[in-house]
Design a protein around this ligand. Structure first.
Ligand SMILES: *[C@@H]1O[C@H](CO)[C@@H](O)[C@H](O)[C@H]1NC(C)=O
Ligand SMILES: *[C@@H]1O[C@H](CO)[C@@H](O)[C@H](O)[C@H]1NC(C)=O
Ligand SMILES: *[C@@H]1O[C@H](CO)[C@@H](O)[C@H](O)[C@H]1NC(C)=O
Ligand SMILES: *[C@@H]1O[C@H](CO)[C@@H](O)[C@H](O)[C@H]1NC(C)=O
Ligand SMILES: *[C@@H]1O[C@H](CO)[C@@H](O)[C@H](O)[C@H]1NC(C)=O
Ligand SMILES: *[C@@H]1O[C@H](CO)[C@@H](O)[C@H](O)[C@H]1NC(C)=O
Ligand SMILES: *[C@@H]1O[C@H](CO)[C@@H](O)[C@H](O)[C@H]1NC(C)=O
Ligand SMILES: *[C@@H]1O[C@H](CO)[C@@H](O)[C@H](O)[C@H]1NC(C)=O
Length: 564
């Protein structure tokens, strides 16, 4: 209607002066309507382009989106590099098999008072179901708020067999959104109650039950083997298995469809940018129904290395759970992939056997939607061009953001690091508060964070924390402040814990040291800045009270002045 009005006047009489006033008014109104219409269309288009699908990270921190859109031309990540969020912090996962275990556990727990010999004089028998039941009751009372107990093994005698038993079990932290299980084993001192039951008199610290430790269990111990036979539903020992899978036979390779990203400008950038970009690639692969070819070699940004220079050749598996990734997404390791590809091409070289078809995609401007119908075996994104044109995550920008979901649930932190987290949190019996203190480059940039430095001085910190945490609690400080004694002022009010207090957990006698060395061809692996960040993040998220720098300690904004 609006258009007919304007075209009607256009083809009408030549001179405006001859048009009656009423008609001129209609023309003006028509024009106004038309501009409103155009404007509305424009707005809708902009909204459609900038629309972001629900992405857990975006939901949990809108500021990242803001930071991203503001800095798109040079794409520097302003978001915190002292925390690293992954799937287990963001999405609640559909429990796979564990609820049944929990139910099994609870249906198991009613004590079988049918225990044959029940005389007050009999010696303590740790395999007596009444002992296990006493320990279960004790645990679920003490750790009700923090832990879920999944599977107990039959207790074994402790150091003093007449009144001690060592028990071991699997558990999950309630704050953990993954369904990974961890092991604990403790020593319990038991007393006999009147009516054929036991009570726990006292319990040892985290992993104090040496006789029930997994290594001790492997010995041919008659009680343990008997117990294993009795409990067929026991959870199998989740040894970490993150070996690199082979692609398979040649014909398997030929049948596969792959999405291959050449290394882009993200390489050697911060770890948060790595995650953001990697998940974009993984999301595109899922959208295209292809296997993602991934490079397990990461580059650690100089800000987080002890040498201060970017360091190549860090294994993905130091930081992330490759086993879980293999199970939740279709991936193949780059080296295996290239070997098979070249082998195939050589075989088919002179012959008429089809070579592998490859679609080379030089720029991110070719959208995932345009590649959807491509039947080539390999879609090879090459990321030519200068920064920031060559960042992987640009593939997921604009209209593509509506189609591609980053599979956050596929990316968890390395179980090896999580074992350290469990030891730290378990050492405090999961009863601690934590404060996240951001310093480092943000504290020294007075233009963007004018108050941060002053608000995180030891005195300011103490004054603020005293208002939020009761004195003499365990206080874990997650921080990028390198000076260990910086927080000494808090020690006269709290039991302060810093990551550096736990250095034996990655020292050269530790399990972690042995395991990462095996991944690294027998050479020791340095516990680097990103591992520190990963552990700090997870210990922080398991604390009872969590104090954040931005919001709780300072008025400054996370992403710099005027961003909140
Ligand atoms: C790019 O980075 C510089 C330096 O961090 C910053 O001043 C600037 O605002 C950023 N954005 C653009 C569009 O250049
Ligand atoms: C301990 O109790 C278990 C289960 O009730 C029983 O099989 C075992 O024979 C007992 N051992 C001793 C030494 O009494
Ligand atoms: C003994 O059994 C009764 C009832 O069966 C129960 O109320 C009581 O708590 C038990 N005593 C102990 C010490 O557990
Ligand atoms: C590890 O998993 C792979 C499959 O991903 C399997 O072939 C291999 O046997 C497993 N290794 C061990 C030691 O369990
Ligand atoms: C994805 O690919 C597999 C085989 O590669 C095929 O069986 C499946 O139907 C495909 N799914 C979709 C949605 O195209
Ligand atoms: C382990 O570290 C300690 C101190 O850091 C050092 O004295 C010792 O030689 C190291 N042992 C090995 C086997 O590297
Ligand atoms: C690490 O490996 C060494 C040598 O293989 C072994 O002696 C040590 O017991 C291992 N430590 C742990 C904690 O597994
Ligand atoms: C920290 O700030 C947030 C947001 O203002 C608030 O919800 C939270 O309760 C504060 N935490 C503490 C420990 O006071």
């Amino acid at each position: 209607m609006r258009e007919s009005t304007s075209s009607g006047t256009g083809t009408g009489t030549g001179t405006d002066a001859s048009i009656p006033v009423s008609q001129r008014a209609i023309k003006i109104i028509g024009n106004v309507f038309f501009s409103v219409f155009v404007f509305a269309v424009l707005i809708l288009t902009v909204v459609a382009i900038t629309y972001q699908p629900p992405d857990p990270w975006l939901q949990s921190s809108i500021s990242l989106t803001k930071a991203l859109s503001q800095t798109l031309p040079n794409s520097t990540f302003q978001n915190d590099d002292s925390l690293l969020k992954t799937g287990e912090d963001l999405t609640t996962l559909a429990p796979s098999s564990s609820p049944t275990n929990e139910q099994q556990q609870s249906s198991q727990s009613p004590p079988s008072s049918s225990s044959s010999a029940c005389s007050d004089t009999a010696a303590l028998n740790c395999s007596d179901p009444a002992v296990l039941s006493a320990i279960q009751r004790f645990n679920s009372k003490v750790f009700r708020k923090s832990l879920v107990f999944l599977a107990y093994d039959t207790p074994v005698p402790g150091a003093h067999p007449d009144h001690e038993c060592d028990a071991s079990w699997r558990f999950r932290n309630r704050r953990d959104k993954s369904w990974r299980r961890y092991r604990d084993y403790r020593r319990f001192r038991l007393a006999r109650a009147d009516n054929c039951t036991y009570t726990v008199v006292s319990a040892g610290k985290f992993r104090s039950g040496a006789n029930a430790a997994p290594a001790a269990r492997r010995l041919p111990r008659s009680a343990a083997t008997a117990a294993a036979a009795v409990q067929p539903a026991a959870v199998p020992d989740a040894e970490i298995n993150d070996t690199i899978p082979a692609v398979g036979s040649e014909s398997d390779f030929r049948k596969g469809r792959y999405l291959y990203y050449t290394r882009g400008g993200d390489h050697c950038k911060g770890m948060n940018q790595f995650v953001w970009s990697f998940l974009c690639g993984l999301g595109e692969a899922a959208f295209l129904n292809r296997t993602f070819v991934m490079d397990l070699n990461l580059c650690l940004n100089g800000a987080h290395t002890s040498s201060g220079r970017d360091e190549e050749g860090k294994d993905f598996r130091y930081y992330f759970d490759f086993e879980h990734l293999k199970e939740s997404a279709s991936v193949v390791e780059e080296g295996e992939f290239l070997r098979d590809w070249h082998r195939w091409d050589r075989r088919s070289g002179g012959g008429r056997k089809a070579r592998i078809s490859v679609r080379k995609v030089p720029t991110y401007k070719v959208t995932p939607m345009q590649l959807r119908r491509d039947r080539s075996s390999i879609v090879w994104r090459q990321f030519d061009g200068p920064e920031p044109e060559n960042y992987w995550y640009r593939v997921c920008e604009g209209r593509a953001a509506k189609y591609i979901q980053r599979p956050w649930q596929a990316l968890w932190k390395s179980k090896r690091l999580m074992n350290i987290v469990t030891q730290i949190a378990g050492g405090m019996d999961w009863d601690y508060d934590a404060v996240h203190v951001v310093r480092g480059w943000k504290a020294s940039n007075k233009d963007l964070w004018p108050n941060l430095d002053a608000d995180t001085t030891p005195d300011a910190l103490l004054a603020k924390v005293l208002k939020m945490v009761k004195p003499w609690r365990n206080l874990y400080i997650a921080t990028n402040e390198p000076f260990y004694n910086y927080f000494d002022k808090l020690r006269s009010h709290y039991k302060v814990h810093l990551l550096d207090d736990y250095s034996e957990m990655w020292g050269n006698k530790s399990e972690w040291y042995n395991e990462t060395m095996a991944l690294n061809g027998g050479k020791p692996v340095e516990f680097d800045g990103y591992m520190r960040v990963a552990v700090d993040t997870e210990v922080l998220y398991r604390a009872k009270t969590q104090i954040e720098t931005f919001n709780n300690l300072t008025r400054d904004c996370k992403d710099g002045i005027n961003t909140c």
